[in-house]
Design a protein around this ligand. Sequence first.
Ligand code: BTN
Length: 331
Amino acid sequence: MNIRDKIKDKILDKLIADEGEPVSGEKLAKELSISRSAVWKNIKALRDEGYMIESSTNLGYSLVSSPDTLSSARIKAGLETKLIGKDIEYFKETESTNTIAREIAGSVDEGTVVIAESQTGGRGRLGRKWISPEGGIWFSIILKPKIQPVHAPRITLLAGVAVAKTISTYGLEARIKWPNDVLISGKKVCGILTEIEAEMDLIDYCVVGIGIDANVDTESFPEEIRQNSTSLKKELGHEIARVEFVQKLLSEFESLYLKFQKEGFPPILEEWREMSATIGEWVKITTQSKTVYGEAIGVDNEGALILETGEGRLEKIVAGNCEHLRRGQGA
Ligand code: BTN
């Protein structure tokens, strides 16, 4: 984000904080140490983005209405978290929020969020592309937990629980397909891509990328994805207020993350199990080296899936692609 955008964000922060009351140009200029004409230029830029800002010669500028954007100022207004989302980097369009988050992770605080209206090179698990048009919620959270790299999957499961719990506040039944797809009525509404940078036995940072098909028309997705995808808009029958959704999700994420740091992984795993769509299902797991069929009978303390194969053997799967099948299929 350049200096100009930062000033624009600060002006917006102040207009939002004053809840429609006029703020004088002189006051803005003084508080931000910029000229009156710089204030005016930034107000014009905000209007070009869709903010309705009234101005009166004597009183100053007042915010009348905001566009449905996920700008830092809009998310932060009313956000109750202490850590997650304390700093938010906003992009109208970027290649991938995970890529940006990895680039800046070394120089920002834990909890920093990178969010975009659309991504041109969104990345999914297993090297897949992630379609990220406007209307969705595409963001990454930078975390610096003091855990070993082998325990990173715990963070992914935690993120799945946070998303599923947030969706359920809208009256929808969200379930988690191992390891981290969030489903509504068996169709995918959210994917999570966790990437880490680590030393031998300690994580430097962890980027949790979350993609939610919020107000997206999944009908426009390619055939092979369309069949198994849904959106919040489709399930609810109307668009959602994305800013409010992000605020709720960041709060949920923070309370689970703080619980994880205080009490360890067991309480998170307990919640994951309760929301699991996979336990009890007959599944096909494809890893880099093999394909296994069996009944998913549980998840262990590392987040690995435990399968009972057709021959009655137990297999532990740490990472791979999971498909839910009809019982006995492929065995
Ligand atoms: C998957 O299910 O394959 C994971 C999809 C993860 C998508 C999100 S969108 C925000 C972040 N930026 C990316 O490029 N990917 C993740």
